[in-house]
Every structure is written in structure tokens, then in C-alpha cells.
Design a protein around this ligand. Sequence first.
Ligand SMILES: [Zn+2]
Length: 378
Amino acid sequence: MPHNAPAAGPIPDGPLPAVSEELLRALPKTDLHCHLDGSLRLGTILELAEEHGVHLPADTPEGLARAIHQGELCADLEDYLKAFDVTLSVLQTEEALYRAAYELALDCAAENVRYLEVRYAPVLHTRRGLKPTTIVDAVLDGLRAAKRETGIKSSVIICGIRHIDPVTSLRLAELAVAFKNRGVVGYDLAGAEEGYPSKDHAAAFQLILANNVNVTIHAGEAYGPESIAQAVHYCGAHRIGHGVRLREDGDLLNYVNDHRLPLEMCPSSNVQTRSVADMKSHPLKFYFDFGLRVTVNTDNRLITDTTSTKELWIAHREMGFTLEDLVTLVVQGFKSAFMPFREKSDLLKQVNREIAATLTRFAAGPRAVDAGTQRSAT
Ligand SMILES: [Zn+2]
């Protein structure tokens, strides 16, 4: 079949099942906005600290969860970012980076995330003298090991950091360019948004764009729509991280919609950093209804105490997404992946078939679901 042929839709004829967390877990999903250093297992942090003699603020999983404000409201984005001091303290060796990447991809595969884009800033892992190239290789090796075991596809986005000097961002951009088509698919700008405009890092983005590397930028999370406009117009962003405040500028909102620029939204994280007051005032459903290409992601599985399944469940329970809406959200995740178009269209056809089969199985009742689970476990 030619690559531009329309794919069969994912909604089957016949009865549809009720939305449940179990159904959402069974659906094939993406996570396009997931930070490596915010998505470790608690037990792994404790073990790595013990192995490498790192002092942590607590020595039990419960104490550590409290120390990093796991799933709790923070004062603002900068307060939220303090938890990374803890996670980064144990991510300074090749083995630790390999393990963090491997376990993250396994955890995603366990809830049927089929395609994962992991992001991190290699410069934050050099405290014990690791070379940036070693850091990138260690993470890619961990992801490959998880793929061999579970089949999960994944790739890496290298992050520059807004509040670190622009020369460092350029060095990180060079790293992303060198590893393009070798596991790295994009470049991002993360970190404190207010007071650190993305256009200060223009040299990094010039290099990235000159090398046809994908760009996503955290914007409109802790600062207004001007930040999103800069990301798109000065830095050539192909996707926007969060974009919560895009609704404040109708003209820019329509520009983003008309150009089908995906928004990587992370509802629980957005509440935790006080980017929105609460889930009811989150713009995800409004953007979705207006036609924007929104996607749902975790941001930080550990610090926000979440999963892809949980974020979709919140979209259903607290924002009114119907089953059909949720399927569209999931498909938009695949459509927004930084993946070659031809590969992506093949994956989308497979995903549509799988969604249709999953919905039919759940509509047929618990016995069909159990039988399907047993089949996929063998
Ligand atoms: Zn983020």
C-alpha cells in the first residue's frame, strides 16, 4: 500500500467498551515528553546512592518521596526543579545512566507505551568527569537493551538548559548533530523559563536547524505566549513542550493550529508546578476541541508520580474526554513523533489495527480481556 493511502480508522464497528484504567493501560501509547532524570525508580536512587557513596536527604523510599515532593504541589517551576538535585546526584556514572534509561523504557513498555522519546541534558551528568559522548552512548545502550527485551521503540532528545550559558547550549547542539540518526532525534531547551529567553540560545538552534534536526522547546509553561512565539519564530520549534499559556494569544494559537505544531502537554506536572491552578482549569480539552494537535505525556514519572495511563485517565475523569477523544489523543501522540514519515505511517497503521482489536476485546467483556492478556503474555 502506498505511504499516503489513508489508514483504516481505529474505532471498530459494533459496541464500544466503557473507559477504564485497564483499557487505557492496554492501548498502545506514546510518551513524547519524558525526562530521564525525573523518571527513575525510587529504589534505584537508593541503590545507586549506596553503591557510589552519595549522600541523599533520606534513606527510605517514603522519606525520599517526601524529600523530592513526589506528586505534591510545588511553589513554582523553579521549586519543582529542586528535586532534580537529588536525582542528578546519583546519575554521574555510565552504569547509572544505562540503568536509568533501561528501567525507564521497561516501565513504559509495561504499560504499553510503544514509542518513547527520552530527554535529558548531558551537561548535568559530567560532575564525576564523564565525557558527553560517553553519557549519550550509555543512555542509548540502556534503551537498546530494553528494546531487545520488550520491543519498545525509543529515541533521545538532547536538552540545552535555559539558565546555563548559551555556549554550553551550542556544545550540546553539536552533540545532538553528531548523534543524529544514531539514536538522537531532537533538540530541546529546558530549565527555568522566566528571565531566560530561548532567543539567547539562537546559535545552538541555527546549528540544529542547519542540520535538519527536530526541535521542541519548553515554552508557555512558566512564562507567557511571547515565549512560545520565540520558540517557533526564532528557534524553529516543530513541537512545543507544554504551551499551557498559548490560550492567552488567539492569533498565535491559530498559527500553531494552522501549522499543526503539536503541543506536548503534561497535565499532572502542569498542576504540580502551578502552571495551571487545578485540573479543571487545564487547557488540554479546550485545545483539543478547537482542533489543536495536542498530545498527553508524563514529563517526570517519578517526581510527578505518574504514568501515561494515569494522564489519560485524568483526561477522562477530570476533563471530560470520551473514549473516541482518548483514542484521537493517543493517535495524535504517534502522529507527532519525531520519526521519519514513512516509518511513522507504517506504525500508525499497525497502531490503528491494535486499538480497534483492543476496543473490540474490551467490549466483549472480561473473559475476552483475560484471554487477550494471556495471549500477549506468552
Ligand atoms: Zn519537561
